[in-house]
Design a protein around this ligand. Structure first.
Ligand SMILES: [Zn+2]
Length: 217
């Protein structure tokens, strides 16, 4: 049984690690954004209620998010466990999650935080370029186009996505640290937290993540 929480800043490579783990351990990767989109697309009562709130300009509450996760975790594909990506974000959500799992006779088995220094994330993300015409992606350092500023595939002009601008990335990192520091401390006190260096090659990081998961508590 793998009941895993993955923490990691935007751009730290958490999504890729989650995908690899999901395949290897046959457990679903669960993100609240995905569940919410599905509930809204299927027009479930909870999906509709949340949509109404969003349309009225309200934030989605801790309670709603927790309810979404509770519903999702009760689905049969979570029988072997799950990987939570982007939840919990607050201590209140972490405590609610514990209650949900306890009621189902389960508990979190591990919390893994992928750690990459902020300046590295900023430089990784600010080097990204996307083709305005076909959507192909490039990177200044790791995957540069043959002609600067031009798409190899269609010749379209390359641009920086709004989300990848250095100032926006820095702001998202600030918010991330503000939210995550208390959570790391919370899970560290429970002896569940394992911090993994995300600066290594993808496969090496993955090997370390797996070793952490399979290590005895
Ligand atoms: Zn293109």
């Amino acid at each position: 049984m793998l009941n895993l929480i993955l923490l990691g800043a935007p751009g730290a490579g958490k999504g890729t690690q989650a995908d690899l783990l999901s395949r290897e351990y046959s457990v679903p990767k669960i993100s609240t954004g995905d569940i919410l989109r599905r509930e809204m697309a299927e027009n479930t009562p909870l999906g509709c209620s949340i949509r109404n709130k969003i349309n009225a300009g309200q934030l989605v509450s801790d309670e709603d998010v927790t309810k979404l996760v509770e519903l999702r975790l009760s689905r049969p594909d979570c029988g072997n466990g799950f990987i939570l990506d982007g939840f919990p974000r607050t201590i209140a959500q972490a405590e609610a999650l514990e209650e949900i799992l306890k009621a189902a006779g389960r508990e979190i088995t591990k919390v893994i935080e992928i750690v990459v220094p902020d300046d590295v994330i900023v430089s990784r993300m600010s080097g990204r370029r996307v083709c305005s015409e076909c959507g192909a992606t490039y990177h200044d350092k790791y995957n540069a186009p043959d002609t600067e500023g031009k798409c190899d595939r269609c010749g379209g002009p390359l641009r920086i996505r709004e989300d990848d601008r250095a100032d926006i990335v820095s702001e998202r990192l600030r918010v991330y640290h503000e939210q995550t520091a208390p959570l790391s401390a919370y899970y560290s006190r429970k002896g569940l937290l394992c911090r993994i260096d995300g600066m290594e090659e993808l496969q090496d990081t993955y090997a370390n993540v797996k070793a952490a998961i399979e290590a005895k508590k």
